[in-house]
Design a protein around this ligand. Structure first.
Ligand SMILES: [Zn+2]
Length: 499
């Protein structure tokens, strides 16, 4: 196994040199790891008349077809289809490799056999959340586990976290990437980190107690859950001093959310917090981060690491890659993985301004960055673009607009059928909690104006709630993820009409 902690010379390469270097790595990865051992990509390469030698540069990737979420879903003929994406090494093939023979001569065959077993045997998995489809498992070997720590360690590094600081990780405990990714960050960088398991394991109260006891400088959480925890701290008039950095993941982090979290931190005695948003997805086994910024500063974009994978931006309609600085769909290809491997994987996530290679305005690092808003279409397609009274509504935009609305604390959108009749019109209700000592009537007005002006929507009802009622509505501490958009249109009584 190569040592991932080597000095990263690629961090200082200019764009063209970095891309050329990635091309060489890509070729080796396909030739030595993927094609010999991936059933799925053996078929794909054969169908398209390709060999690993046809793909020697990043531009050559375009010869390969894209892999989509559907390619991973089980079919009646192949109910365990994801296993076709798992690299299954043939011990005889590995034993013939000169590097393996040399290692065996130097260190003994038993030891090399054990090393290869650690490198290639899947021992861990996370899965997609499966909101719209079956959860899809992604398998990891020890090689991949080491890279969880490598990647999350880089988040800690970019956040400037010192070994004498403490982190509280409130991501929900589940076989999902976010929890485990950040679990390994403290271990990799030798920083104290408590993983509470989030709301479902300890409730907002339990998480608050952990923060009061440990006095962490860094909080790691999903943005909405952290909002509720901090809101509850304000209600209980707790002092949580010394928090300096919030690391957010698992959901979008609109400017309004950053502002609200910053204000809540100030109210409990931690003014001037900085916020880092991270972006990752199950299929990459990886997540990337922005530099820490003060709420209100324009987000600087997510730092990508050239050594671990290639991010392409494509035109979602044509599938063609677009130039730097142009928005489109995010596509992922790893350069150093075992276990489950997907090539040119279409995330379904749209990035507003694509990739830039300009030095980061915050830290000056010369890593490529993903810039602009990212809209997650893939997991939540069934909910995000809905016909509401015959209008197509982009819920990504709607959520951002509500999060950014001054005076609005927490909110929930509820879709339902009028009179609970499946054949009747759709209804849209907005549940709101004013921020601070906000005025109910003014908030009602502001929400109506926003929905009408920007989305041509007229909500049926706007219902005001206390912070505690909103926590119940959003299922804080009950669901793994807070429910900000609820579709109750299918939960209606069976039609009573005679048949
Ligand atoms: Zn930076």
């Amino acid at each position: 196994m190569s040592n991932p902690r080597r000095k990263n010379h690629w961090q200082d390469l200019d764009r063209d040199s970095a891309i050329a270097w990635q091309g060489r790595r890509l070729h080796r990865f396909l030739r030595d790891c993927v094609l010999p051992f991936s059933l799925h990509y053996q078929r794909v390469f054969a169908t398209h008349g390709l060999t690993p030698d046809d793909i020697r540069t990043v531009a050559d990737l375009a010869k390969l077809p894209l892999t989509s979420k559907e390619d991973l879903l089980p079919t009646p003929e192949n109910p365990r289809r994801t296993l076709d994406f798992v690299l299954k090494p043939d011990p005889k093939v590995l034993a013939r490799r000169p590097s393996v023979i040399l290692r065996a001569l130097l260190r003994g065959r038993e030891r090399v056999r054990a090393e290869l077993d650690r490198e290639w045997r899947p021992i861990f998995m996370t899965s997609t959340t499966g909101r719209s489809t079956e959860p899809v498992p992604f398998l990891y070997t020890q090689h991949d586990i080491a890279r969880l720590g490598l990647g999350s360690g880089r988040i800690v590094e970019i956040g400037g976290v010192r070994p004498d600081e403490r982190m509280v990780n409130m991501f929900p405990f589940a076989p999902h990437l976010a929890f485990w990714y950040m679990y390994y960050s403290g271990i990799d960088r030798n920083v104290f980190a408590l993983a509470t398991g989030g709301g479902k394991v300890m409730g907002t109260e339990g998480n608050l107690r952990a923060v009061v006891k440990l006095k962490p400088q860094i909080l790691v959480a999903m943005p909405t859950f952290l909002y509720h925890v901090l809101q509850q701290a304000v209600e209980q008039k707790l002092r949580l001093e010394g928090i300096r950095l919030l690391v957010l993941g698992g959901d979008k982090v609109p400017d309004g959310t950053r502002r609200k979290l910053g204000e809540l931190c100030a109210q409990v005695g931690s003014p001037g917090v900085k916020i880092m948003a991270t972006y990752g997805f199950t299929e990459s086994k990886y997540a990337w981060t922005e530099c820490p910024i003060t709420p209100g500063t324009p987000p600087p974009g997510y730092h990508l690491y050239a050594d671990q994978g290639i991010i392409e931006i494509i035109n979602p309609e044509t599938g063609e890659t677009v130039p730097d600085g142009v928005g489109g769909e995010i596509v992922w290809t790893p350069l150093d993985q075992r276990g489950t491997v997907v090539l040119r994987y279409r995330t379904g996530d749209r990035c507003e301004h694509g990739i830039t290679w300009e030095p980061c305005p915050c830290c000056g690092r010369r890593l490529p960055r993903l810039v602009g808003k990212i809209s997650r279409v893939s997991d939540v397609h069934a909910l995000r673009f809905q016909k509401v009274k015959g209008t197509i509504v982009d819920f990504n935009e709607l959520e951002r607009a509500l999060d950014d609305l001054p005076g609005l604390g927490a909110w929930q959108i509820e879709l339902r059928k009028a009179h609970d009749d499946p054949l009747d019109l759709d209804e849209l209700n907005v549940h709101v909690t004013p921020a601070g000592s906000g005025n109910e009537a003014a908030l009602d007005h502001a929400v109506r104006d926003l929905l009408h002006a920007h989305f041509e929507l007229t909500p049926n009802k706007i219902v005001s709630h206390t912070a505690e009622e909103m926590r119940t509505l959003q299922k804080v501490g009950v669901a793994l993820k807070e429910q900000k958009v609820v579709d109750n249109r299918s939960k209606v009584a069976e039609p009573t009409a005679k048949r």
